[in-house]
Design a protein around this ligand. Structure first.
Ligand SMILES: Nc1nc2c(c(=O)[nH]1)N[C@H]1C(S)=C(S)[C@@H](COP(=O)(O)OP(=O)(O)OC[C@H]3O[C@@H](n4cnc5c(=O)[nH]c(N)nc54)[C@H](O)[C@@H]3O)O[C@H]1N2
Ligand SMILES: Nc1nc2c(c(=O)[nH]1)N[C@H]1C(S)=C(S)[C@@H](COP(=O)(O)OP(=O)(O)OC[C@H]3O[C@@H](n4cnc5c(=O)[nH]c(N)nc54)[C@H](O)[C@@H]3O)O[C@H]1N2
Ligand code: SF4
Ligand SMILES: [Mo]
Length: 753
């Protein structure tokens, strides 16, 4: 306490690094200062420029505080009960006329950083009962889920590089010096990389751009976009060819498909992929040998190898390399987190399970397979536009901005415009929500409690950290979980007056009954009423109560008295800087949930797409290829309204290599027209050798000049929407992920500049 100020600790919800923040709060609730929490058990004081901008986000006058309803084409602020009536009427009308599947849902990225949403999205989506579910997963990481699902039996069985112990990090299509890491929760990723090298280890980065992560590495492999699968397959080939495969004894007899994989890559030699990838064959062979020779090594790939046509094959081959070099599940290799709240790899009998499959349904228009209960975001527009039985006529979006984040954005705008009804749960009136009939704004991040249910499942250490809300919420505005629970109630037909607590009580009762009925649970056979009473005695509800339950029933849990000293929400409240549960530990074979009880190294679906991949060696390599990029001060599409992050030169520029610029008559500071199969934008040119020849790069999340958006700052530096160019027809067929990178484009100078 200084001068009546108080100190609060809060995990940053903005990216996946989960940094601990220390906030100084004045008695009137003004945030005086935000800095890194030096005592945070995981982040140790690390912070990036976005962390301290939570103050600006909280204070942003454009951030919505009251619901908006469209009346005669204009948005008007209304009290919450009026907004809920409009939601109930609008959804009921579409439901009555066209049925449940006529209401589609899109759930965006910030949900993964939001305890209330993590707890309640599944609830309202279930109540909606529509097959037309979409999310940001299919413009992001779903290939990793599908690969993990087929190889290890659960879509959440995703190995993470053991950064703190590895001797060799091979990183493809990731730029943690800007992104701070993804599906590898590691606060201070840059420091962890520095320490790999300080202890004599090596880092190799495969990226068509010379990124800041490349600068922090030992070697840059400047690959041609979209060809990583060829590089990876050729590396697997070298391991087999040179007798470098070394499967640890612990896993002998636990791995299926080694011979099938050997056969599948037999013809994919380094020589045969060198032209397509742009990488000398000798370098490919050397990389494979280095990987095999390192005392420990981890191969890790992210957006640049996931958001591409061969996203799933890439994710699979990356883990195949981890398996074949003996690095899967060993310290310094690629390991599995054991999250404190448990997940499908910690529950039930271990060692085998039901396994995972895609394709339990097909999308109506272009017959894309379902994956993890959803369809590709790329087909959302056609599902809205194409007439016929089952067409989407209404949308609910929750913390998503698909107009700036999903492919063929021009078509999606037309689709949203044609809907009969749309509800958005969002803090801004932006490019997507401007199409809504009702916008429901949740409180600011500082006004709600926080626990990283999703990100702690992919962390490089086992950790748990809970932060209560820093600031009190305006009592007349509901918390985000209450909005979502009420939406669930409305979708269950309980009307606009339904009390979210009724839904909340149903949900927790269901969770407790399921858990106590499971013979493998630490709560097996316990009386549900006893557990529910124990939870009620703490006086909590909503996500905090659920979290307490999940922690207590989890792998380190107190189990409601059965394991004294175990984790509970009370323990986390006593530890405001977090609880460190130690380094990652080997989890195979008990982690496996495949029906065979084996690691599946050669799933037939993947082998089939590998055949397609091998064919791409011969394709025409002449067109310019567009890739994305991220900037430390930007966060997808929605933080451009904060002056503190956007001052200086506009970050949304088209990077062009000097040789290409000369050939195309482009000049630094000039403008270029970029055209793809589906669209065209005119962008500011930045000539730089930080991108390889034949490649141009444009960041996504920009393009804030649409009419009607309420983003006073962002409008002044609008940039252009890269997803006007990305193609909805090119998808990773196994996961439905959009191919946001390696998009063929033509680039020409805009005359008169
Ligand atoms: N070309 C290209 N496109 C890409 C990518 C790329 O690399 N290249 N990356 C893709 C990736 S990885 C992702 S994750 C997606 C993201 O795709 P989306 O999730 O669709 O987009 P975001 O920009 O994260 O938009 C988040 C929305 O949530 C709102 N919001 C912020 N905080 C809250 C909150 O607390 N509650 C609620 N209810 N709303 C909130 C914001 O105002 C915004 O409207 O973009 C993808 N698009
Ligand atoms: N500052 C900031 N941090 C963020 C975000 C943000 O928008 N801004 N978004 C968050 C989200 S939602 C996510 S999912 C993560 C993403 O985290 P990362 O995956 O680390 O993010 P990117 O910076 O997009 O890195 C992708 C890299 O892939 C490269 N690339 C493009 N095409 C190819 C290719 O074909 N092959 C190879 N090998 N590389 C290619 C690009 O040049 C780029 O450097 O970041 C998170 N953190
Ligand atoms: S690195 Fe990510 S979690 Fe850490 S302060 Fe920056 S935005 Fe927040
Ligand atoms: Mo993402």
């Amino acid at each position: 306490m200084t001068g009546g100020n108080r100190t609060a600790y809060r995990t940053c919800p903005l990216c996946e690094a989960t940094c601990g923040l220390e906030l100084t709060v004045a008695p009137d609730g003004t945030i005086v200062r935000i800095r890194g929490d030096r005592d945070d058990v995981f982040s140790r004081g690390f912070i990036c420029p976005k962390g301290s901008s939570l103050k600006d986000l909280h204070e942003d006058p454009d951030r919505l505080r009251r619901p908006l309803v469209r009346r005669d084409g204009e948005f008007v602020e209304v009290p919450w009960d009026e907004a809920w009536k409009a939601v109930d009427e609008g959804l009921a009308r579409v439901f009555a006329e066209h049925g449940r599947d006529a209401i589609g849902a899109y759930v965006g990225n910030p949900n993964a950083h939001n305890l209330g949403a993590m707890a309640y999205n599944a609830v309202w989506l279930r109540a909606l009962g529509s097959r037309n579910r979409f999310s940001a997963s299919t413009v992001d990481q779903i290939p990793k889920h599908v690969a993990g699902g087929y190889m290890f039996g659960s879509p959440v069985a995703i190995p993470v590089p053991d950064l703190d112990r590895t001797d060799f990090l091979l990183m493809l299509g990731a730029n943690p010096l800007e992104s701070n890491g993804s599906l590898c929760t590691a606060p201070d990723f840059p420091g962890r990389m520095e320490r790999i090298r300080a202890r004599g280890g090596r880092i190799v980065v495969v990226d068509p751009r010379r990124t800041r992560s490349v600068e922090a590495a030992d070697e840059w492999v400047a690959i041609r976009p979209g060809t990583d699968g060829l590089l990876l397959a050729a590396m697997v080939h070298v391991l087999f060819d040179e007798g470098l495969v070394s499967i640890p004894e612990r896993l002998t007899g636990r791995i299926n498909g080694v011979e099938e994989l050997r056969a599948a890559v037999a013809g994919i030699t380094p020589d045969s992929v060198s032209a397509a990838t742009g990488i000398p064959a000798a370098d490919i062979a050397r990389l494979a040998r280095d990987l095999a020779a390192a005392p420990s090594a981890a191969v890790y790939g992210r957006i640049g190898v996931n958001a591409v046509r061969f996203g799933t094959v890439n994710a699979w081959l990356i883990d195949a390399l981890n398996v074949l070099t003996g690095n899967i599940d060993r310290p310094g290799g690629a390991m599995f987190t054991r999250p404190a709240t448990g997940n499908p790899t910690t529950r039930g009998e271990g060692g085998r399970g039901k396994g995972f499959r895609i394709g339990r349904g097909r999308s109506r228009v272009s017959a894309r397979p379902e994956a993890m209960g959803e369809y590709p975001a790329a087909v959302m527009a056609e599902e809205i536009l194409e007439p016929g039985e089952g067409r989407i006529r209404a949308m609910v979006t929750a913390a998503g901005n698909p107009v700036l984040s999903t492919p063929h954005a021009g078509q999606l705008e037309r689709a949203l415009e044609s809907l009969d009804f749309m509800v958005s749960i969002d803090i801004y009136l932006n490019e997507t929500t401007r199409h809504a009939d009702v916008i429901l704004p949740p409180p600011s991040a500082l006004e709600r409690d926080h626990y990283d249910l999703s990100l702690y499942a992919f962390a490089v250490r086992n950790v748990a950290n809970y932060s209560p809300a820093v600031l009190p919420r305006d009592p007349s505005s509901p918390d985000e979980w209450e909005i979502l629970a009420k939406l669930a109630g409305i979708l269950q037909g309980l009307g606009p007056g339904v009390d979210p607590c009724v839904v909340d009580d149903q949900v927790i009762a269901g969770m407790v009954h399921t858990e106590t009925a499971s013979t493998a649970s630490p709560l097996a056979g316990r009386e549900p009423a006893e557990i529910l009473d124990a939870l009620a005695a703490r006086g909590r509800r909503g996500p905090a109560r659920m979290l307490d339950f999940m922690l207590q029933a989890g792998p380190y849990g107190a189990a409601f008295g059965a394991n004294p000293g175990g984790l509970s929400l009370d323990v986390l409240l006593d530890n405001p800087h977090g609880v460190d549960l130690g380094p990652l530990e080997p989890r195979l074979p008990s982690l496996l949930r495949t029906p065979t009880g084996m690691v599946e190294l050669a799933p037939v679906e993947f082998l089939a797409d590998l055949v397609e991949l091998a064919r791409t060696r011969d394709v025409d390599s002449s067109p310019m290829l567009l890739v994305g990029r991220r900037d430390l001060k930007s966060n997808n599409s929605w933080m451009h309204n904060l002056r503190i992050l956007t001052k200086g030169r506009l970050a949304c520029t088209l990077h062009v290599h000097p040789d290409d610029a000369r050939r195309l008559s482009l000049v630094d500071g000039g403008r270029a027209r970029v055209t793809s199969r589906v669209g065209e934008v005119v962008a500011d040119v930045q000539v730089t050798d930080a991108v390889r020849t034949g490649v141009v790069s444009l960041p996504h999340g920009w393009g804030h000049s649409s009419p009607g958006v309420r983003l006073a700052v962002a409008r002044t530096k609008a940039g252009v929407n890269a997803n006007i160019l990305t193609d909805d027809a090119v998808l990773d067929p196994l996961s439905g992920n959009a191919a946001l990178n390696a998009v063929p484009v033509t680039v020409s100078a805009v005359s008169g500049q």
